[in-house]
Design a protein around this ligand. Structure first.
Ligand code: F6R
Length: 594
């Protein structure tokens, strides 16, 4: 989703901002822009357009020194992706330049109340903010004008602002959209993601909602909306720059698929000591005391949550429900007396989840976030958090986070189980078996060429395999654009089987011993209606004609293995179609709007 990078200092703002924006490319965007101060002429220049950062780089002027600027990658919400709607936007007299992440819900009301007759250059909600600040600054200081504007805005915003008339200052403001300031001895960075600071700053300050920052040269003040100083923590940036490079791989997605065995081993190292889980006491207590877990998540993380439901119910005996965050936020079901909310989110920034977290916190319920980003909003705001240790996931399509999330859910449940599963041993076997599948990637690529020749595809499975089918189909559709659905195999004959025609690809996932025969019957039903079938099965239930056979592990953890061929299938299907694998169309890595 949108990205912000601003810089003030004595290094080259152009380089820091453009490099920072490139590091945020993985989040998904459709336009990019930058405002730079020409130090010598004391003028401000805006470069922006629809398209990639590579295009932005080709239109920026490199002939002058610049120590101040703000940049943006835009994922369109209000107004199509084009020059006019790209950020930075500016006020009527081009005094204030502004970049914005988030959505201003009341921008039309603000125009009607304060800006009647104003002419706008774009269709965005953002431009209104620049106009308001300029209007208010006629009667008050710029800081007061920004804080007054903040008090009127409804919705979410992360803002970086430059004032043409005071080139030694930069401002920032935040509510509901992530924003931080990066600290270095050469200058100060404002960014929506700590990734943008890697290589340029060693420390950063995550900003709280409704905070306002005034950067004056090398110093900064963080205040609340009425101008009172706010407390803040300074944190170390501990991201290794080599972790956010592709290295020898053609795509981040392939790199991340390959990293999965290593991630599982990291998790084992971090959360086990002498075969026992080392979870902190309050988390164990929260799990022991709850009468029902409510897993709240979206997309791939929700698919991991479905596996988590099986794990909590079968290993720890805790009734568990899984909910789509965006539905739960505004349509909460009846809850039990002592619910525990588990938020699963790779990014830790998904706005749909945050809306639920804010809501349940206000009601006094306990919360736990499972995330890959320990500095994220959801990690900070929940009562507890557990890190999945997957390392930065850059490809938009989530792979290693999914398997890591399942491992963590297993670890949480294990602390309460009777120990009949040796989880350490099971997960160690998973890691080795993952390697065995990844080693066969060229074979999987050859299958894809043969099978995925149509515009649609189905994944079918039962029980826990059905949940893997949901994830497998999401992966395939999001990067190959093949219309793919995951179905409970037994449900096909109640309607969907009507879609099966000659050569329709149907991929079955079969790992559960007690119901494998039933899934096979459903497979014959589609085969006899012309489907081109492919089977991913485990050794103990395989048939000799099955194309992809993976090792046996405990059934509850089989999704961590059966999902891997499906990730590779998606990858190679997208590769064969020449798609932008790491940045699929219309998608964003971190979905920070509801
Ligand atoms: C799919 C994918 C998305 C995310 C979803 C939630 O590959 O990545 O479906 O899983 O947008 O994001 P997080 O996990 O960051 O909350």
């Amino acid at each position: 989703m949108c990205g912000i990078v601003g810089y003030i200092g004595n290094k080259d703002a152009r380089e820091i901002i453009l490099n920072g924006l490139e590091k945020l490319e993985y989040r998904g965007y459709d336009s990019a822009g930058i405002t730079l101060r020409n130090n010598t002429a004391d003028t401000f220049n805006v470069y922006k357009d629809k398209g990639r950062i590579a295009h932005l780089k080709s239109i920026v002027d490199y002939s002058y020194d610049s120590g101040l600027g703000i940049g943006h990658t835009r994922w369109a919400t209000h107004g199509i992706p084009n020059y006019a709607n790209s950020h930075p936007h500016y006020s009527k007299d081009s005094r204030f330049f502004i970049v914005h992440n988030g959505v201003i819900e009341n921008y039309k009301e603000l125009i009607a109340t304060y800006l009647q007759g104003s002419v706008f250059a774009s269709d965005t909600d953002t431009e209104v903010i620049a106009h308001l600040i300029e209007r208010f600054s006629a009667k008050m200081s710029v800081s007061e004008a920004i804080r007054k504007t903040m008090s009127l805005l409804e919705g979410s915003y992360a803002l970086a602002i430059i004032d043409r008339d005071n080139p030694h200052k930069m401002y920032a403001a935040k509510n509901k959209s992530p924003l931080l300031i990066g600290l270095s001895d050469h200058g100060i960075i404002v960014a929506s993601d700590v990734m943008a600071c890697v290589g340029y700053a060693k420390e950063y300050i995550p900003l709280d909602d409704k905070s306002f920052v005034e950067v004056d040269g090398a110093s900064y003040k963080i205040k609340d909306i009425i101008g009172k100083p706010m407390e803040h923590d300074v944190k170390e940036i501990d991201i290794d720059a080599s972790n956010i490079e592709k290295g020898e791989y053609a795509h981040f997605m392939l790199k991340e698929i390959n990293e999965q065995p290593g991630v599982i081993r990291n998790i084992l190292q971090r959360y086990f000591k002498d075969g026992k889980v080392t979870l902190n006491g309050p988390i164990k207590e929260a799990l022991q005391e709850t009468d029902r877990i409510y897993i709240i998540a979206a997309g791939t993380s929700m698919n991991a949550g479905f596996v988590g439901k099986q794990i909590f119910e079968k290993m720890a005996n805790i009734p568990t429900e899984v909910h789509i965050a965006s539905e739960f936020a505004y349509n909460m079901p009846l809850l039990t007396k002592n619910p525990l909310f588990i938020f699963i989110s790779q990014s830790g920034e998904t706005a749909d989840l945050r809306a639920v977290l804010v809501n349940i916190k206000a009601k006094g319920y306990r919360s736990l976030t499972i995330t890959n980003v320990k500095t994220s909003t959801l990690a900070r705001e929940a009562d507890h958090f557990v890190e999945i240790m997957a390392g930065p996931e850059i490809a938009v399509a989530s792979t290693k986070a999914y398997t890591a999330q399942i491992a963590i859910l297993g670890i949480l449940a294990y602390g309460l189980s009777d120990g009949h599963i040796n989880l350490y041993k099971e997960l160690s076997r998973v890691a080795i078996s993952m390697e065995n599948i990844i080693d066969k990637r060229e074979y999987i690529e050859s299958l894809v060429k043969d099978y995925l020749t149509k515009r649609n595809c189905f994944y079918i499975g039962r029980g826990i395999d059905y949940y893997t089918c949901l994830e497998a189909s999401l992966k395939l559709k999001e990067i190959s654009y093949i219309q793919t659905e995951g179905f409970a195999a037994g449900e096909l004959k109640h309607g969907t089987i009507a879609l099966i025609e000659d050569n329709t690809p149907v991929i079955a996932i079969i790992s559960q011993r007690d119901i494998s025969k039933n899934t096979r019957s459903n497979l014959y039903e589609v085969k006899s209606r012309g489907a081109h079938t492919l089977v991913i099965s485990t050794k103990s239930v395989h048939d000799q004609d099955d194309q992809i056979i993976v090792d046996d592990v405990h059934e509850l953890f089989s999704p961590m293995l059966t999902v891997i061929p499906s990730q590779l299938i998606a990858y190679y299907a997208a590769l064969a179609r020449g798609n932008d694998i790491d940045k699929p169309r219309n998608l964003a890595k971190s979905v920070t709007v509801e």
